[in-house]
Design a protein around this ligand. Structure first.
Ligand code: FAD
Length: 447
């Protein structure tokens, strides 16, 4: 049997390999380790019961907050969980308006593949457990618009100007994000989740002067803006999507730099042709309209379109209180991009796209400078977890995010490697004791 620890005095090739592997494993263990967030360190069952009773406050009712609530209440039996949502319903932002495209591990990169693989599997399980009827496996086609039509397109409703179509991936899937959001919320609510709607978190209170232990969350309700109350809390989960950037000033030495990439999306009326022969489409850039459409047929035969081009890169000042994008209700479709997407799609599918879209909307995907999520325990604070910045994969990664959050709270460690996602990676210690510094990584061009 091979020892996993011991002396590293020998220098043979295999021992160097072993040493490197062990160091890697230790680094991974360190990244995943941590005291059970906000819980007493003990493995006894009475301590587990205490952990289940912890007052957990989740900030943000998008999919990261909802999946966290689901795993805590429905899967782990937590009895004292409160969800704070600024708007008057769950998933009012990207989590209710996104495409819902789900792709397996091969679509991830070195850092994100584990999230892709595990969450893709969890979606299938959740669909069964929660009866998510919009979840299905669907193939994805690569499509190029052109001057003339194809005689025999892969789906009959591509009956317009298509130059080329081919199968990109047979093993993709989809879900309608608003249905997944409400099913997760319903289940968590049945299992004890309390939701405070139209309630905005405005700050955090700490037990100690060093601000290392959170003991409360300041909230105010829309109906009484002047009145702020403090919710007692043993663990806080920050899942405010692009608005998480605002929470940096609530914690010591924290920085969550974020861009909200604001994009319009539209939906066309259901048709039998789409319902009976669905396929997701990734369309090449259409230079006539500056679109690069992503087309997601829904199970009812309606057709959702994003990738409409002309996205607005919303900076942190515009996301902050008083900014023009400070809340999900303020994010509206851009009429010129609606027209561009409609024109492009109508030319590719006159049978589906001739009538005007039945829904136009916009939302923001939360993007950190390195395009990776903030996912894990906040360094320097014993009982704060951040789950944000999921960029263009926040529907796919929501289940694994919820599972990770529940593991960090209940087990003190995550079953996934979180070393690349530290919520502290852009912070640097304040040396003069005042203010906070901006991120330190230079990441170059992302898009
Ligand atoms: C057009 C478009 C299409 C997309 N398509 C896909 C796709 O096909 N597949 C995929 O995997 N991903 C997709 N994404 C990405 C995905 O939608 C997002 O990554 C994901 O929805 C983010 O979820 P979230 O919970 O982090 O944030 P959000 O959905 O933004 O939720 C954050 C919540 O926090 C609340 N909040 C904010 N501030 C406060 C406060 N102070 N107090 C209380 N509550 C607060 C907000 O009201 C909001 O409800 C798409 C994104 C866009 C824009």
């Amino acid at each position: 049997m091979r020892a996993t620890t011991g002396s590293f005095a020998t220098t043979s090739a295999s021992s160097i390999t072993d040493t490197l592997a062990l160091k890697k494993q230790q680094k991974k263990m360190r990244a995943n380790a941590g005291v059970r967030c906000g819980a007493t360190k003990s493995s006894s069952s009475s301590s587990d019961d205490q952990t289940k009773d912890k007052k957990i406050v989740i900030l943000g009712g998008g999919l990261q907050g909802l999946a966290s609530a689901y795993f805590l209440c429905s899967e782990r039996g937590c009895t004292n969980v409160t969800l704070v949502e600024r708007c008057d319903k769950v998933a009012p932002a990207a989590s209710g308006k996104a495409g819902g495209f789900l792709s397996p591990g091969g679509w991830g990169n070195k850092q994100t593949r584990e999230l892709h693989t595990k969450s893709f599997e969890l979606h299938e399980k959740l669909a069964k457990d929660l009866d998510v009827t919009s979840f299905r496996k669907i193939r994805t086609l690569s499509v190029q618009a052109g001057e003339s039509g194809l005689a025999d397109p892969l789906v009959e409703w591509l009956d317009g100007d298509i130059q080329q179509n081919s199968v990109l991936d047979e093993n993709t899937a989809q879900v309608t994000p608003s249905e997944l959001s409400s099913k997760l919320h319903e289940s968590a609510t049945k299992n004890g989740l309390k939701t405070l709607y139209s309630t905005e978190c405005t700050g955090i209170s700490f037990k100690d002067e060093a601000r290392s232990v959170v003991n409360g969350v300041h909230v105010k309700n829309k109906s009484d803006d002047s009145q702020s109350i403090t919710l007692e809390c043993d663990v806080v989960v920050v899942a405010m999507g692009p608005w998480t950037t605002r929470a940096a000033s609530w914690f010591p030495d924290a920085d969550f730099p974020m861009t909200g990439i604001k994009s319009t999306s539209i939906v066309f009326e259901a048709s039998d042709a789409v319902k009976s022969n669905p396929a997701a489409l990734f369309c090449a850039e259409d230079p006539r309209f500056q679109t690069h459409l992503e087309v997601y047929p829904r199970v009812d035969g309606s057709v959702y379109l994003c990738g409409i081009g002309g996205s607005d890169y919303v900076d942190e000042d515009r996301l902050a209180p008083g900014g023009d994008c400070e809340s999900a209700d303020l994010i509206k479709a851009d009429p010129s991009r609606v027209q561009a997407a409609w024109d492009s799609f109508k030319s590719m599918s006159p049978s589906v796209g001739s009538s005007p879209p039945i829904l136009t909307q916009a939302c923001m995907r939360p993007c950190a400078p390195d395009a990776l999520p903030f996912l894990g325990k906040l360094p320097n604070v014993e009982n704060a977890i951040v789950a944000s910045a999921h960029n263009c994969w926040g529907i796919l990664w929501a289940p694994i995010t919820g599972q990770i959050v529940s593991e960090l709270i209940m087990d003190g460690k995550s079953s996934c490697n979180l070393e690349h996602f530290s919520p502290g990676r852009f912070a640097r210690p304040v040396t003069n004791g005042r203010g906070r510094k901006k991120g330190i990584l230079s990441v170059g061009e992302q898009w």
